[in-house]
Design a protein around this ligand. Sequence first.
Ligand code: SF4
Length: 495
Amino acid sequence: MNYFGLRVPPRREDRHPGTCLAYGGTLCGSKKGGRGCAMAADAERAFTQGSICPLLPAMGMMASLPDTVVLMHGGVGCGTCLHGTNGNVRAGFAARRGRPADIRWMSTALNEIDVISGGNEKLAQAIKEADAAFEPKAIFTVSGCLPAIIGDDIDAVAAQVQPEVKAKILPVHCEGFKSRFMATAYDAVYHAIGRNLLPSPSPTAVREEKTINIMNVGSMGRVDELELARLVGSLNLHANFFPVFADPDSFAAATQASLSICTCPTHDDYFLQYLQEKYGVPYIIRHMPIGIANTGAWLRDAGAHFGLSDIAESRIKAEEEDLGNALKEFLPLFKGKRVFISAGEFRSLATASLLKELGFEIAGIRSFHYDQFAELELDKLRADGQDFVWNVANVQPFEEANLLKRLKPDLFLGHWHGNNTAARLSIPTHVIYNTGYGYIGYRGVYDLAARLYRKLSNTSFGDRLGAYSQLPYKKSWYSKNPFLFIRSQSGEAIC
Ligand code: SF4
């Protein structure tokens, strides 16, 4: 069943009960069930230091689409994350289309008077201005919290204004207060694309037998796409990357492909189910191609679907041999080094598998949320019986600081903007993704290993940084349980 007939998509936590934002314990403990340190879907924090507005990933997806304008309908601060995203989008356009392009976005910047009198008229005017100024193919009209609270109707405004503008108007319901799970953002953007930008199913549409939709994500640079295109190309398949930076032709091609395969299971299930139901495109949601075994599993899945298992196996064998030889020089330095990883759910877990393959010991992982898709990846990490700290937290740097002080890892991998706590503790850091670098596929393993080798060969920058900076927490916090504030909704301490 899909939800694309609805005006507003459901929240991720309503589609996937058991999705969780607060867990503190160990990886193996999360499997126990019942009380103790097992996962508890109703877990909350009695104190929370921050959160992630779903607008952040939603804007990142929309802003990458060529010939579109993102029109933020909300308070003046909503959507300003795009200032930080612009460099990434410029680089993404340059890598994919030969020249950089700035994000085209506007805001209705609602004020106190609009809150009293309503913002519908301001939105209608802004849509016409965006259409005249940029002549885009589509305008995303994105609702922030404020219009949702005062009862503005972005769908009614879109319907009313549509006859007067050339661009297709796409209402997006991604209000920050709607959900605390940022994965809801992916569903909201896909909802708008699926309802408005895909062609109608046609009985005469030709199925592209050798085309595979590779569902990319905002954290995937062109270098990673080329690696995946190379891998499926070795099976004589053509890759159609979708939806990030996808041009309008890719939207139509997505409906005619023979298979869709995800690169981040938590990103795409909402849309892929719809693509299968409405256009008959089957899908695979299982592995993230980060790490040696995961890349092999991903390619094996794709090959099996097309009856090309033998070719896939021989390709995997050859790639693993080449990579194994290339990695030899790095491995002695990595052996036994302890690493802490912080990132979105799937990326954090798959990267932990990769780092284990390189000989690192996992000191801890902090994942931004947990949902059912993670179980397979968690089981891979549990398979060798090694246990370690696992924290599920929508950021919460105070927990991270406490954990890092205790665990004292040799290396920290986290998001851009997310490495400062570790850096101020003199822990060498590396970004978990940077769209200019490779992370995915066999090439990604090698590239990451080479960067970490350089990083760990000379730690003097981090050493000095830590000597001259400090964290804002009192000493007493570090003697307390880092998960002190995680509670069930009844207020009972969980850990
Ligand atoms: S939480 Fe609401 S008000 Fe805040 S940035 Fe997100 S949409 Fe805007």
